[in-house]
Design a protein around this ligand. Structure first.
Ligand code: SF4
Ligand code: SF4
Length: 165
């Protein structure tokens, strides 16, 4: 990119943000309300679907224990460990599934892209603070639960970024 077009793009981007209405969220009394689900992977198009990259959701009925999510994360954050699960699934011979350490995760979404069975997506869940490091580690069971917030300020995320109502 030449210097002139770089300056033009920077001005264009800055000007666009002048039109966006600012707001202050009185958290935790008020919360964000995301439109739609979090970041997912579209099997038909073979691309990621824009969405908030919050806490993951793991579908036990789809996870085969292939470990590709953990391998994808290895070079990024080493946040995924494969652990034994109690329940037996026909499609998961080793009975292992991912657990995620949110003390390490950088919410890049590469594990979602890597999962060939569409068993791992991300959700709008952003309330992950904990008092201990151990509580930041989510087991396969914890990852299978989807949390819905009663939000106040609507946020829409699409290919062009995030906007609020
Ligand atoms: S979102 Fe990124 S850092 Fe977090 S578990 Fe997935 S691959 Fe690892
Ligand atoms: S979540 Fe997907 S990539 Fe990870 S072990 Fe399960 S099936 Fe494999």
């Amino acid at each position: 990119m030449s210097g002139v077009s770089g300056i033009f793009k920077a001005i264009q981007s800055g000007t666009k943000h002048l039109l966006i209405r600012r707001f202050t969220l009185r958290y935790p009394e008020q919360k964000l309300k995301f439109v739609g689900d979090g970041y997912q992977f579209d099997p038909k198009e073979g691309v990621g679907i824009a969405g908030y990259k919050g806490r993951h959701i793991l579908y036990h009925d789809k996870c085969t224990g292939c470990q590709l999510c953990a391998i994808a994360c290895e070079g990024i954050a080493e946040a995924i460990g494969m652990v034994k699960i109690d329940k037996q699934w026909k499609h998961n011979k080793k009975s292992i599934m991912p657990q995620i350490d949110y003390g390490k995760c950088v919410f890049c979404g590469l594990c979602v892209d890597a999962c060939p069975f569409y068993a791992l997506f991300m959700t709008d869940d952003y309330e992950l603070a904990a008092y201990t490091k151990e509580h930041l580690i989510y087991t396969p069971d914890q990852l299978s639960v989807k949390v819905d917030y009663e939000g106040n300020v609507e946020i829409k995320i699409d290919d062009h970024g995030a906007t609020h109502g």
